[in-house]
Design a protein around this ligand. Structure first.
Ligand SMILES: Cc1cc2nc3c(=O)[nH]c(=O)nc-3n(C[C@H](O)[C@H](O)[C@H](O)COP(=O)(O)O)c2cc1C
Length: 406
C-alpha cells in the first residue's frame, strides 16, 4: 500500500504504548507519507521529542503557547495541513477531552480545530477502557464520526494484567490509515462475492492424497482484486502455500466435498468465482489406516468415484448468485470446451486457459506460474486477453464482474 504524498498529523498521547509510535512513524514514512508530530506533556514522559523528531524528520510540536511555532505554523494550520489526524496512543484522558470539547493544550486544541478525518488508536489498562466514563466517551466519539483502530486484547505492561486495551500494532494502524485515505473507486461496495482457489486434496489414506498443480495464485489474486473494488469477499481455499490476500475472509478446506459445503454455507452471494482446481474424482472408500506395502501383494487398486461439481451445483442452485464465473483449465479445444461448459454448468462467463505445456507461457507454465493468457467465453462471444500477470488478469476480471453486477 502506498501513502505517497499523504500528510499525517500524528498526535502522541501519554501512555506506555507511546514507544510503538517510533515504529509507526517509520512504517508510515516508508510508504511515502509525510508525518508531522504533536506530543502531549504526558507523551514526553515516555518518549523524547528528539527521537520522534529524528524519525519524522520534522519539527515536533509540543506547546500551545509557543510564540515561534505559533508564528511559523500555528495550531490552526497544523490541524488543517494534513490529510488525516492520527491519535496514537489515544489515552483515556485524550479521549475524554475529545468527547467533551476541551482545548487546553496543543493536542486537544488541534483536535478541536481540525476539519480532517481523525483516527484514534486507544491504549489503556482494561479497567480504564471498560470504565463507565470511557464507555460514554467511546459512544460520543463514535457518533462524532471519529474512527477507531483497536484496541486489541492481550498482556498489559503492568505485570499480571491482561484484557482489552492494548494499542493496535503499528502495521494495523498503517492499514487503517490506508483504508481511510483510499479514495479509489469502489464499484463493488455492498456486494458479497464467493471465490474458490487452489487445489483440493483427495485422501487415499491418512498420509497419501491425490492433488493437482494449482498454486492458488490466480484465485487469491482475484479475491484481492474484488476486495480492492469494495466487495466483501469470502475466499474458500484448498491447501496452498501462499499468503492470505488482505481484507478477505478465508475458509480453508481440503477436499472437494468440504469446498462445496463451505461454498453453500456462504450463500447467498451476489457473485461466485470458481477458480479452484477441484479434483473431478476421489478414491472410493478412503482407508482409515495407512495402506501397508506388503511383500508379494503388488500395488493396491484405487477405485475412483466422481466428486460433486461445485460450479454446476451453484450454477443451478436455488440461491444461485447473479453472476457465476467458472474457470476451465483445458489442454485442447479450449474455446469449444468452454462454450459447452457455459450451459452445462449454468455459468455466465467461463475463463478458459490453456494449461498444456505448449501454451507458450514459460518458464513455469500457467499452473503454479505467475502469468496467464485467458479467453473470456460468454454467450455473447469470445474475448482473447493478451498474456498478463495473474494480478493483471484478476484486475480485469474484477472490473468485468463489477460491470455485470451493475
Ligand atoms: C507509567 C504510566 C503509564 C500510563 N499508561 C497509560 C496508558 O497506557 N493509557 C492511558 O490512558 N493512560 C496512561 N497513563 C496515564 C496518563 O499518562 C495520564 O492520564 C496523562 O494525564 C495523560 O496525558 P495526555 O492524555 O495528555 O497524554 C499512564 C501513566 C503512567 C505513569
Amino acid at each position: 500500500m502506498s501513502l505517497s504524498g499523504k500528510r499525517i498529523l500524528l498526535i502522541i498521547g501519554g501512555g506506555i504504548a507511546a514507544y510503538k509510535c517510533l515504529d509507526l512513524i517509520r512504517r508510515l514514512r516508508e510508504r511515502g507519507a509525510k508525518v508531522r508530530c504533536v506530543m502531549t506533556k504526558g507523551a514526553q514522559e515516555f518518549v523524547t521529542p528528539l527521537s520522534i523528531g529524528a524519525l519524522s524528520a520534522d519539527h515536533v510540536f509540543t506547546e500551545l503557547f509557543d510564540r515561534q511555532d505559533e508564528h511559523d505554523v500555528g495550531h490552526i494550520r497544523l490541524s488543517r495541513e494534513a490529510d488525516l489526524v492520527v491519535v496514537a496512543p489515544a489515552t483515556a484522558d485524550l479521549m475524554a477531552k475529545m468527547a467533551n470539547g476541551h482545548a487546553d493544550d496543543l493536542a486537544s486544541t488541534v483536535l478541536m480545530a481540525t476539519n480532517k478525518p481523525v483516527l484514534i488508536a486507544p491504549a489503556m489498562n482494561p479497567a480504564m477502557w471498560n470504565h463507565a466514563a470511557t464507555r460514554r466517551n467511546r459512544a460520543t466519539l463514535t457518533s462524532d464520526g471519529i474512527h477507531f483502530v483497536g484496541p486489541g486484547r492481550g498482556e498489559m505492561a503492568e505485570s499480571g494484567e491482561a484484557g482489552e486495551g492494548r494499542m493496535a500494532e503499528p502495521l494495523e494502524i498503517v492499514a487503517a490509515v490506508g483504508a481511510l485515505l483510499d479514495t479509489a473507486r469502489k464499484p463493488l461496495a455492498g456486494k458479497t462475492i464467493i471465490v474458490t482457489s487452489g487445489p483440493t486434496h483427495e485422501p487415499i489414506d491418512p498420509v497419501r492424497y491425490i492433488a493437482n498443480r494449482s498454486s492458488g495464485k490466480q484465485g487469491h489474486a482475484i479475491a484481492a482484486a474484488l476486495a480492492k473494488l469494495g466487495a466483501a469477499v469470502r475466499l474458500i481455499s484448498g491447501p496452498v502455500t501462499i499468503a492470505d490476500p488482505a481484507g478477505v475472509m478465508v475458509t480453508r478446506v481440503e477436499t472437494a466435498r468440504q469446498m462445496l459445503a463451505a461454498v453453500e454455507a456462504s450463500l447467498p452471494a451476489d457473485a461466485g468465482v470458481f477458480v479452484a482446481a477441484v479434483a473431478d474424482w476421489r478414491t472410493e472408500g478412503e482407508s482409515g489406516q495407512k495402506i501397508k506395502k506388503e511383500p508379494g501383494q503388488g500395488a493396491p487398486a484405487l477405485q475412483m468415484v466422481e466428486n460433486p461439481d461445485i460450479l454446476a451445483t451453484i450454477g443451478h442452485h436455488a440461491k444461485r448468485p447473479k453472476v457465476v464465473v467458472g474457470f476451465a483449465a483445458e489442454t485442447q479445444n479450449v474455446v469449444e470446451n468452454a462454450r459447452k461448459k457455459l450451459d452445462k454448468k449454468g455459468a455466465d462467463l467461463i475463463v478458459a486457459n490453456d494449461v498444456s505445456h505448449d501454451s507458450g507461457i514459460n518458464p513455469s507454465g500457467v499452473m503454479g506460474g505467475d502469468r496467464n493468457a485467458v479467453r473470456i467465453v460468454t454467450r455473447e462471444g469470445v474475448e482473447d486477453w493478451p498474456e498478463l500477470s495473474k494480478d493483471e488478469t484478476a484486475t480485469r476480471l474484477a472490473e468485468m464482474i463489477a460491470a455485470r453486477l451493475g
